[in-house]
Ligand binder design. Structure first.
Ligand SMILES: [Cu+2]
Length: 555
């Protein structure tokens, strides 16, 4: 889709989504990239059900845990869990160079037959475990191998390359992958660059600490390369689902279980047509919008533990880990900026061989994943180019300090070498860590004090291009905080001399969450529906939050 068409599409989307989604913003569920830690994993394959926002319960197969995992990462306030089957499968988190072992136990219904896992990009050995299949050694179905514990296979490989990788079934892939048998493998770099612990990266950590914000990164870099430093991370697994396939599979499994003598064939006894393929569900991390914005491990999704709801502060380098897990391409569009691609399939895109030299990844409008492909990229938002002061600074105006609720003059903007207010001192290259507490931290100084309002509801007397809506008119919708500004000025500037505070900024003040919402969604319009109903599918809202709001990724 051409960009110009997308603008009108976006307007329609935002207008349509506003009514449906406004109340969900208040949940403030964040994501990170949660998973289980290794390097030894005991996985199972089993049947389960997943729920969709139209109320449908869909029969599915998935990977899960056959024993309590070694640990969960990152640390979350919600109690993590790893059920016997989930969609996507557990995200496996290891470190480069580790010897990884994955023991898979096949607890799928007898009619499904054998199953397996492929780890593309790695040299896998099985030590004679399991039974031979077409693509790899398989875990026999318990119904076909009659000794206790025979229904397992063990895969062993060295995690040679860092980055985001996929894993999925290598057995009857057209059916088993469609049913949900896929997951992610994240390999953390063994020698992340020290540059990722100092300089502006350290300054961003200090800025987090100033607002009492935790650090939920799995590492400080995606690769052993200084261009892969990051401040925040999210994992998105895209898939689509044709529930006609799932219904056929369930009915045939039930019919087999009703027989006196069930299926004992290693290749199973299902005859399920996977063509024609007419998917009606388009999933991000196993959930459709708006479910994907509910918390990680939310109890209402016992088999869909991972959400997809990115939040970030201005200037933060946000690592997006993307995997195409289905049969279709999914042109995911990250609104508000392009994505600098770091790597594909765990291979850094650099000018030299084997991840050496300068980063040479393209800047992408949509990060389109072909099936099986993974992509790592860096996204950030700063407000540069909007051509007005997003923090609402005006010369001579006192600004509300969100940390103390007092008013003081904090409208300075001292540009660093790149033009942002980060506390960097051009004279000696040092950082003033105290600047991290400034509510306008990472402001684009080129637009500092540039007015937005022409006929103000706030405190700018003249000069801006815009006429803001009356803050007392609530029909603007619950997405609108009542102020076009981020941070401490948002409330004060919106209220101004108006006697009645706008409901938006009171209910959604900068100290709770009053960010800028951008839609991140598939650019295949059909994929932003759930069973043909808009809005739904592969869509979520990315929130840009001012430093005044501590992004809490503990759920
Ligand atoms: Cu778009």
């Amino acid at each position: 889709m051409r960009a110009i068409n997308n603008q009108s599409l976006l307007v329609q989307l935002v207008q349509g989504a506003a009514v449906a989604l406004g109340s969900l913003l208040a949940l403030s569920a964040q994501a990170a990239a949660p998973g289980i830690t290794g390097p030894a994993f005991a996985l199972s394959a089993a049947a389960t059900r997943i729920s969709q926002p139209n109320g449908k319960s869909v029969y599915a197969w998935g990977y899960g845990c056959s024993a309590t995992p070694a640990g969960y990462a990152p640390a979350l306030n919600v109690t993590p869990a790893c059920p016997a089957a989930q969609l996507p499968g557990p995200t496996l988190i290891v470190t480069e160079g580790q010897l990884v072992t994955v023991t898979l136990t096949n607890n799928l219904p007898a009619a499904v037959g054998n199953t397996s896992i492929l780890f593309p990009g790695f040299t896998v050995t099985t030590g004679g475990t399991g039974t031979p299949g077409v693509l790899t050694q398989e875990a026999p179905n318990a119904a076909t191998c009659l000794t206790a514990g025979c229904n397992t296979v063990t895969y062993t490989f060295t995690a040679t390359t860092p980055g985001t990788h996929s894993y999925y079934s290598g057995t009857q892939g057209d059916l088993q992958v469609e049913m949900g048998m896929y997951g992610a493998l994240i390999v953390l770099p063994s020698t992340p660059p020290t540059a990722c612990d100092g300089g502006i990266a350290a300054q961003n950590v200090a800025a987090k600490a100033q607002s009492g914000e935790g650090d939920y990164r799995l590492a400080h870099a995606a690769y052993d390369h200084p261009a892969s430093c990051y401040d925040r991370e999210y994992l998105f697994q895209f898939s689509e689902m044709d529930d006609n396939v799932h219904t056929q599979a369930e009915q045939q499994v039930l019919a087999d279980q009703a027989k006196a003598t069930g299926c004992t064939s290693p290749t199973g006894c299902l005859v399920v047509a996977t063509e024609p393929y007419v998917p009606g569900y388009f999933l991000v991390n196993g959930r459709s919008m708006p479910d994907d914005m509910d918390p990680n491990y939310a109890p209402q999704y016992p088999s869909q533990p991972y959400n997809g709801n990115p939040h970030m502060h201005p200037g933060e380098l946000t690592l997006v880990r993307i995997i195409g897990q289905g049969r279709w391409q999914h042109p995911f569009h990250e609104h508000a900026n392009h994505v600098r691609v770091l790597a594909r399939d765990g291979n850094m895109l650099t000018s030299g061989a084997n991840g050496t030299g300068a980063l040479a990844g393209p800047l992408m409008f949509t990060t389109t994943t072909t099936p099986g492909m993974t992509m790592d990229g860096i996204f950030y938002w700063t407000g540069k180019g909007l051509n007005w002061d997003v923090f609402g600074h005006a010369a001579g105006i006192l600004n509300q300090d969100p940390n103390s609720s007092t008013f003081k003059t904090v409208d300075v903007c001292i540009p660093d070498a790149n033009g942002y207010y980060t506390g960097w001192n051009p004279a000696d290259g040092s950082y003033n860590v105290a600047v991290a507490s400034a509510p306008n931290y990472f402001e684009w100084c080129g637009d500092h004090t540039k007015a937005l309002e022409k006929n103000p509801t706030g405190q700018v007397a003249s000069g801006g291009p815009m006429t803001l809506p009356d803050p007392n008119i609530v029909k603007n919708g619950s997405w609108y905080a009542g102020s076009p500004y981020l941070g401490g000025e948002a409330t004060g500037r919106a209220v101004g001399a108006t006697p009645i505070p706008p409901a938006g900024t009171v209910a959604n003040s900068p100290s709770s969450e009053a960010g800028y919402a951008y839609m991140w969604h598939s650019h295949n319009e059909r994929e932003i529906t759930t069973d043909n109903v808009f809005p739904g599918g592969m869509m979520m809202m990315m929130l840009v939050d001012p430093r005044a709001f501590a992004i809490d990724e503990t759920n």
